[in-house]
Design a protein around this ligand. Sequence first.
Ligand code: PBG
Length: 331
Amino acid sequence: MSHAAYPALRLRRTRATAWSRAMFAENRLHPSDLIWPLFVTDGEEEQPIATMPGVSRWPVDRIADRAREAADAGIPCVALFPNTPPELRSDDGAEALNPDNLMCRAIGEIKDALGADIGILTDVALDPYTSHGQDGLVGDSGYVRNDDTVSVLVEQALNQARAGADIIAPSDMMDGRVGAIREALEDDAHTTVQIMAYAAKYASAFYGPFRDAVGSGGLLKGDKKTYQMDPANGDEALREVALDIAEGADSVMVKPGLAYLDIVRRVKERFEVPVFAYQVSGEYAMIEAAAAAGAGDRDALVLETLLAFKRAGASGVLTYHALHAARLMVD
Ligand code: PBG
């Protein structure tokens, strides 16, 4: 294709006015692009999270109000994360299988109040329930045991599905868990419950504030590098995604977000499946810190970063800014 050259071609022409910029925008943000992660506590008061200014843990009996705010703002789905009371955390994370745990009660509250007005995504991994903060069962050598962990994750996923979860999101990075969970969901008649696989999840320094929020940070010794991916790797992410799709994932996720937009783009181009990105807690904290320091305009930073995910090919974004961003989008 041959293009005109300057001065016949002036790319600034279409940028000259707001109406024209709107007309030529290649990507657009909409509240339905967003999934809002929410933290739940057994306590009776809202608990602000120091490392995530503006984000709190919510008591179970107030979680439905948050979901209602999200639905009213046009957000289609919330993601739930429990801060399990310390006395209920154990070596094997058995509380994850309790049908009356914080997660299941929160699901029930939202379903009772909102029904099908909003989707509920639940995280499958043992870290909010273990006394050591790892996502699975730890063997004598300290290595997280894959296949034994998968068996527990299957039970955790069933527990959530029975409580009413709409999307099961395994974030544990064990091999083979998506297929095992899919099979168990089919056998247990949860044929319409989706799986969004945290397919390319990296061992990242950006998860710190999240670990404060669910209370696993102080417990975790060492790191998660024997199961989460090496930030050096891109090709390996495509192999992870290929496996999860083959095992029955309805959608896949890349996490963290901004530092991994190349992975979002490669996955989208290679597989043509719905790809979601998780703009994680440390990314949220960076934007808030920049805004608080006067280094950038908060609303503009939020919208620009979210738009970047769309441009990279993401179908949607999990972000702690979801409610604020959704309200900005409709204003
Ligand atoms: C649990 C899980 C983590 C996040 C989502 N699910 C933390 C981790 O793997 O240590 C991080 C989300 C965030 O930082 O916002 N497996």
